[in-house]
Design a protein around this ligand. Structure first.
Ligand code: PMP
Length: 305
């Protein structure tokens, strides 16, 4: 990671100084991608830091691990408490990105990872701002297909899966686009390199289902709840590529990217070519919620201070 983490890292239940947190070069995860991880945001607001949907992220970490028989030696509650303690220990009072990671350690070259294989869990945090540009993304449909449940299940947030996202990102940036949208092996819209995809047609909102090789995104689920609470109809169904070009609006959701509009796909302008009203209203509500501005959704936030 380019970012130097904050001074302390949570490493297998202990706080270890950044410069002392090492792993052996034989670490299994380094060779085979045998790691599962989370990306979580904490929002600095009102003299506090609010961690967004901390419990849901840690629950997904455990589900991802379960798919690969990777043992996480800590409970969801322990991991949530560790995250809050980590931010306090590092005196972080601004917006942060939090990265919990469980990886297979010294397991030799043996591919038979079992629940008895040695694993380690770390949590790192660092100050973080915007991930993608905020004023409308130019997307392309990738020539790479999204990984499939028939190969490496996209429902696990596993390190190795991101090789697929990296190929798609390299291709789109090389060609001058901001972000890539991947189709699944059947040719339907799956997800972006690190975000779920939504489209709006005639005021109805559509997003691919998990059967379309999309990650069970926590921002996705939050956006669906927000949209339904605002009175929108939200449907989870397969989306063919051409429907992207027909959309009134397209937006992406993800922890790092938050809620961001796509204003063109493969050079086709989407709607007016600017963020549309439905996307805007959901994005603005989301931004209020994550910074503690909406009483009804305070249950989604864990205050650190
Ligand atoms: N899809 C992929 C491939 C991702 O990496 C992410 C980011 N975790 C998402 C979707 C969005 O998930 P979330 O909203 O939980 O961050």
């Amino acid at each position: 990671m380019k970012e130097k983490g904050a001074a302390y890292i949570w490493f297998d239940g202990q706080f270890v100084k950044w410069e002392d947190a090492h792993v052996p070069v034989y670490t299994h995860a380094l060779h085979y991608g045998t790691a599962v991880f989370e990306g979580i945001r904490g929002y600095g607001a009102n003299d506090n830091v609010f961690v967004f949907r901390l419990k849901e992220h840690m629950e997904r970490l455990l589900r991802s691990a379960q798919i690969y028989s990777i043992t996480v030696k800590h409970s969801v509650t322990e991991l949530c408490n560790a995250t809050v303690e980590l931010l306090r220990k590092n005196n972080l009072k601004e917006s942060v990105y939090i990265r919990p990671l469980t990886f297979v350690g010294m397991h030799g070259i043996d591919l038979n990872v079992t629940t008895n294989s040695p694993t380690h869990t770390i949590i790192v945090a660092f100050p973080f701002g915007k991930y993608l540009k905020a004023d409308g993304l130019r997307a392309r449909v990738s020539s790479w297909r999204r990984i499939s449940d028939q190969t490496t299940p996209p429902l696990a947030k596993a390190a190795g899966n991101y090789l697929n996202s990296i190929l798609a990102t390299q291709e789109c940036r090389r060609d001058g686009y901001d972000e890539s949208i991947l189709l699944d092996v059947f040719g339907n819209v799956s997800e972006a390199s690190g975000e779920n995809v939504f489209l709006v047609r005639n005021n109805k909102i559509y997003t691919p289902s998990f059967a379309d090789s999309a990650l069970e995104g926590i921002t996705r689920e939050s956006a669906i709840k927000i949209a339904k609470d605002m009175g929108y109809t939200v449907l989870e169904r397969s989306i063919p590529r051409a429907e992207l070009y027909m959309a009134d609006e397209i937006f992406l959701t993800g922890t790092a990217a938050e809620i961001v509009s796509v204003t063109s796909v493969d050079g086709h302008s989407i709607g007016t070519g600017k963020e549309g009203p439905v996307s805007k209203s959901i994005r603005q509500t989301y931004e209020e919620i994550v910074t503690g501005g909406t009483k009804e959704y305070m249950g989604w936030l864990t205050p650190v201070w």
